[in-house]
Design a protein around this ligand. Structure first.
Ligand SMILES: O=CCCC(=O)O
Length: 468
């Protein structure tokens, strides 16, 4: 795939970039390693000053970088501005909280004594240069939720971004540089996916994080495994959205629309499978379909647009195949199902609701990365949980109910990294984010995220260790 900005709203190639050659990759690896040796010795106050300065600059740049993201991958510009604002918030959150999150841990006195120590503690140290392989769907946020904790912990970062968002990738490097980070602390590598293996195998790279597809995750994890390097993987999702009789159906249906079409439907944590109790199925289906039908599809640079194009022609073709397979096997489109009229130049797809889904359809098991929802009718909570868990993925989940017993049951039985009640899944700096099953492993954000790329060092003082 060429490294290029191609506007998904009209297919025009706006800029192309040459991949870095081997010498330049080597220069950047060396700079990252050199920068780590210094950055690891800085204190939290110094790191926080730099991170807050980067957040301030990002706020100043919000309109410009939002436009760049929209032109590169097609998200509505209002969502792009919100993404930039969320990044700045996360940067400030880690600036304010990293020291607390990485504070030494002290075992109980009795356990210290039992270990034969006079004192003992766990001390968090940075791991080193971390390689981040990141996707195009939230081109700023996916990177920043790695970069903010990693830099605050004292690591340095190398970014291999998706090839269709090169200008956003270069912007991030420039942002940290303008904020005053020393050379090498955070660098973008404009390279193709074929060049990732050599970077990951380089002894100066300590670990890797990847957000992206399952094949990409498997490829990076197997090389990292071969090198015995830590990885965090955040892969696909096919999150269930369960609606039970005690729910506020009006709200559940309105939120379902946003939960499905956020980011043009291209979010790993978008709700994708809508599993509705038979008692409220008709009321929900009617409102949800009406909401999906009412969305404005069009130019993502227009403020009034709710749903822009898919990020690539291939992405739309993949989605069309899933929809075609389902319709061919007897599914029914309550709305949408194809390309919208009058938007022939870009890679648009109509907001679509499919019902009559059977387990033999590809769409039942595969992730729909676009504005297409599948709707299931179930008899009770048992069946809802069965359908919800009948997927290879386990990222997050949404349940609408006011019954505490049902909530407790869902927390116990849903195979997912998150359970969100009476609302939609959304990431937040203070809440861990990640999945189980084929959705990956490890956690981003919160204390869990910052500690993933730290060396939890046991410090044990024998009886004669007290300073004189
Ligand atoms: O695509 C993954 C979801 C990103 C997020 O909203 O945090």
């Amino acid at each position: 795939m060429p490294i290029a900005t191609v506007n998904p709203a009209n297919g025009e190639t706006l800029r192309t970039f040459d991949a870095l050659d081997e010498q330049e990759i080597e220069r950047r690896l060396a700079a990252a390693h050199r920068a780590f040796r210094h950055h690891r010795t800085t204190d939290f106050a110094q790191r926080a000053r730099l991170m807050n300065r980067a957040a301030d600059l990002l706020d100043e740049d919000q309109d410009e970088i939002a436009r760049t993201m929209t032109v590169e991958m097609g998200k509505p510009v209002k969502a792009a501005r919100a993404e930039a604002a969320k990044c700045a918030k996360a940067m400030r959150w880690y600036a304010a909280n990293a020291e607390r999150l990485l504070a030494d841990e002290h075992p109980d006195d009795t356990d210290v004594e039992d270990s034969g120590a006079s004192r003992a503690r766990v001390h968090y140290r940075p791991l080193g240069v971390i390689l981040a392989v990141m996707p195009w769907n939230f081109p700023l946020w996916q990177v920043m939720r790695f970069a903010a904790p990693a830099l605050m912990a004292g690591n340095t970062g190398l970014l291999k971004h998706a090839s269709n968002v090169p200008q956003t990738a270069l912007y991030i490097e420039d942002l940290f540089s303008r904020a005053g980070y020393p050379e090498g602390c955070f660098q973008t590598l404009l390279i193709g996916s074929g060049a990732v293996e050599a970077v990951l195998r380089d002894p100066r790279v300590a670990a890797a994080t990847l957000t992206g597809s399952e094949p990409a995750g498997r490829a990076v994890a197997s090389v990292a495994g071969d090198e015995v390097k830590k990885t965090v993987l955040e892969l696909g999702g096919s999150d269930p959205y369960v609606v039970l009789p005690s729910a506020d159906i009006e709200k559940a249906a309105a939120t379902a629309v946003t939960a499905r079409v956020q980011n043009n439907g291209q979010s790993c944590i978008a709700a994708k499978r809508f599993i509705v109790h038979t008692d409220v199925y008709d009321a929900f289906a009617e409102r949800f379909t009406a909401g999906m039908r009412a969305l404005t599809v069009g130019d993502p640079l227009e403020e009034s647009t709710d749903v822009g194009p898919l990020s690539s022609e291939q992405g739309r073709a993949d989605l069309e195949e899933l929809v075609g397979d389902a319709l061919g096997q007897g599914a029914t489109a309550l709305c949408g199902g194809g390309r919208p009229e009058g938007l022939d130049r870009g890679w648009f797809h109509e907001p679509t609701v499919l019902t009559g889904i059977t387990p033999g359809m590809r769409i039942h098991r595969e992730e729909t990365f676009g504005p297409v929802a599948t709707l299931y009718r179930v008899a009770d909570l048992d069946e809802a949980l069965e359908v919800a868990n009948d997927t290879p993925f386990g990222l997050s989940s949404n349940v609408w109910t006011r019954d505490q017993g049902e909530m407790d049951r869902c927390v116990r039985d849903l195979d997912a990294g998150g359970v969100f009640f009476n609302g939609m899944t959304a990431s937040h700096p203070a809440l861990p984010f990640g999945g189980v099953k084929r959705s990956g492993y490890g956690r981003e954000l919160a204390g869990h995220g910052i500690r993933e790329f730290c060396n939890a060092t046991t410090v044990w003082y024998g009886p004669d260790s007290d300073a004189r």
